[in-house]
Design a protein around this ligand. Sequence first.
Ligand code: XMP
Length: 510
Amino acid sequence: MILILDFGSQYTQLIARRVRELHVYCELHPFNLDPAKIRAMKPSGIILSGGPASLYEENAPDIDDTVLNMGCPVLGICYGLYVIAQHAGAKSVGSRAREYGAATLIVDRDDKLFAGLGGREHRVWMSHGDRVEAIPDTLSPIAHTANSPFAAFRSNDGRLRGIQFHPEVVHTPCGTLLLRNFVLGICGERGDWTMANFIDTKVAEIQKQVGPKDRVIMGLSGGVDSSVAAALIHRAIGDRLECVFVDTGLLRAGERERMENVFARQLGIALRVVDSSELFISRLKGLLDPEQKRRIIGHTFIEVFEKEAHALEGARFLGQGTLYPDVIESVSFKGPSAVIKSHHNVGGLPETMKLEVVEPLRELFKDEAREVGRELGLAAEIVDREPFPGPGLAVRIVGEVTRERLELLRRADAIVMEETAAAGVVKRVWQAFAVLLPLKTVGVMGDGRSYESVIAIRAVESQDGMTADWARLDPGFLAQLSSRITNETKGVNRVVYDITSKPPATIEWE
Ligand code: XMP
């Protein structure tokens, strides 16, 4: 495996992605990970990430000398380059040497890191405030830019290398080859980490963790992560996995049937469906504040799930679909940015349950989890589905949630699902759904005046949900949606299209 030590760069996760794309397993840890732990991991190579700090700051993050002397190759990127330089006794200068954006790298001597790149000049992406001004005899320069005399260097024994630029970003076109040279060429990784052998390894691990008799209980949300995790755990321990699906009454049309169909019928995984819609809807009565709705739903979910767990004799383990980005967010040098997530994840169950967690996907990125799902035979309707908020339709009904308003939204939303699927729009957008507004407007139907509800359609394009842009859907397609919704949804006489990006708006309306 390749170990990435994080000094807090905004690009650190990208380094991990790039290494994974080479089919090499890697882990990302904070820069101050205990050297004894590092030794135990037996990495075949270590990458020191960039970071926002300057070496001249007080308490600038640093590593123990032993980390550079484990015997494996080390690559320092940007701030990581200074760390190596400084440990070798180099002279660096501070912020006068700022360099941001594209630069031309001139390679002055052959090195394995630049093998096969062709030519001496390469476009690279710089983002740094310090620069190395002079290096000791133990290091040899490899490349420079107009602004950085030592934009790449290596130690004379060929084990340590530093590069000033960021190979992990797309603005460094040769970056992928360069990382490949490091990981495969210099560290000797084979690049044979595939999802199929990931599954084999995980199955063995789960069997070892859970043992031959114990049971795992798991809450399914209908989302990709928990579904894939469940399928994987099931592969390992079969019917000793107990899946619980809570019908909150706040689901999209057909969701419960879809889950029953995929799990019980296609995968043969028993699914205990708990219908708690009465409870959820009664607790939401009269509530208008979005955060309050979210809180009540979160608490109620946990309450229902805990009751189920207690009813299940002998469950010592709790299965969860935690993914790597969630793990990184909570352990990384940048500190936890978990606050946004906590209310986002109704699946995150309380520690008070005293169950040991089984999280087989915690090393994977979302697209890798999808690949595992496909390998395990999960239907595309689950693996490729769009995100859905834990609090469900409750946060797509602006204002009070009642059974009637849920029915109305569900009907309109089902039309959006049907039409976007038929037109192939689902493949292009991140999400497309209907929102029920808390107002009525005047319309005319037949010869009479109507005074009815407004449905908003939200369709956005996004890479990760953090930012988004409204989808430029075809006007003819929007017309079709509008006409079907007003014709087929009693109680709706107007449809509007949301043309706001995120920021300033969020994707969900509440
Ligand atoms: P916002 O509305 O914050 O949403 O722009 C960003 C993405 O997160 C989804 N979302 C949630 N997902 N539990 C979830 O698992 C939640 O409570 C939740 N709220 C929002 C949203 O659908 C979008 O994809």
